[in-house]
Ligand binder design. Structure first.
Ligand code: COA
Length: 261
């Protein structure tokens, strides 16, 4: 049986055969994520957690774009000023989600489009996938505990290139460092993610939950602590001159000038 949650049209959800699929559906804006979308995704994860009919969640975008990250205009309008802000609610939800999470990534995965993958159990990518973490270029700092998880995953020198320089990396590098599981043509990514999710959904849920919990146990405390610290800094830095200049430049389609900040 297929069911759907009530969500805004930019986030589609449906449940079929034990798998909830959450689709980012704002392709004209490159799947940039607004606070409304974060709230819908946080609600979907909460519903999936409590619904015994859901055993696995898949997060997917479009064949051409996974996500351009935070919606910059929305961030200016609705800055996440408290830990209850939808973006932080989503991040807490995904980082502590107890059931298996599978992601299907094609095209650019910017900012949170990459950092959310650090909390997925299986990630399948198109050969057009490109990962980038331009927080410093936006006058911000990392989120989603990526300041801890990325150096742990890829080693400090590579994490510094990704986080301090904001240099993008492609699917081959993501595979080599262990951020993703497999690279396939973009037309095959969503189907592969669904096949793997269905395999997981057929396994005993109690074993999946306990195995995931045990695998994540070593990092769980530090991840939640780091996310809270990053969130505090991120919220403050959003109001500061560097981010104001970076965001203004993006809206005006010009290069930012950080010479005075
Ligand atoms: N926030 C708000 N709007 C965004 C956006 C974002 N993060 N990313 C893209 N858009 C909008 C653009 O403003 C544009 O809108 P318009 O058609 O009304 O002018 C539309 O989406 C298409 O974007 P465009 O830049 O023309 O697409 P592209 O294919 O050339 O490039 C990206 C795609 C993702 C590489 C590029 O859009 C990008 O770098 N976006 C910003 C990413 C970013 O800094 N995110 C914040 C992370 S914290």
């Amino acid at each position: 049986m297929t069911t759907s949650l009530q969500t805004p049209p930019e986030i589609l959800t449906h449940v079929d055969a034990g798998v909830m699929t959450v689709t980012l559906n704002r392709v004209d804006k490159k799947n940039a994520i607004t606070s409304l979308m974060y709230a819908a995704m946080a609600d979907a994860l909460e519903a999936a957690n409590h619904d015994p009919a859901v055993r696995v969640v898949v997060i997917q975008g479009h064949e051409s774009i996974f996500s351009a990250g935070n919606d910059i205009a929305d961030f200016l309008k609705n800055p996440p000023s408290t830990q209850d802000a939808p973006v932080f609610r989503f991040l807490r939800g995904i980082s502590s989600f107890p059931k298996p999470l599978v992601a299907a990534v094609c095209g650019p995965a910017v900012g949170i489009g990459t950092t959310l993958l650090l909390h997925c159990d299986l990630v399948y990518a198109g050969d057009n996938a490109a990962f980038s973490l331009p927080f410093v270029n936006l006058g911000l700092c990392p989120e989603a505990a990526s300041s801890f998880l990325l150096p742990q995953l890829m080693g400090y020198p590579r994490a510094a290139e990704a986080l301090l320089l904001g240099e993008p990396f492609l699917a081959e590098t993501a595979l080599e460092i262990g951020l993703i599981n497999r690279i396939v043509p973009p037309t095959e990514v969503n189907a592969l993610a669904q096949r793997q999710a269905l395999k997981l959904a057929a396994k005993p849920l109690t074993s999946l939950l306990e195995t995931k919990r045990l695998m994540k146990k070593g990092n769980a405390g530090i991840v939640s602590e780091r996310m809270a610290e990053e969130g505090g800094s991120f919220g403050r830095m959003l109001q500061e001159p560097a981010a104001r200049e970076a965001f203004g430049a993006f809206m005006e389609k010009r290069r930012p000038d950080f010479s005075k900040v």
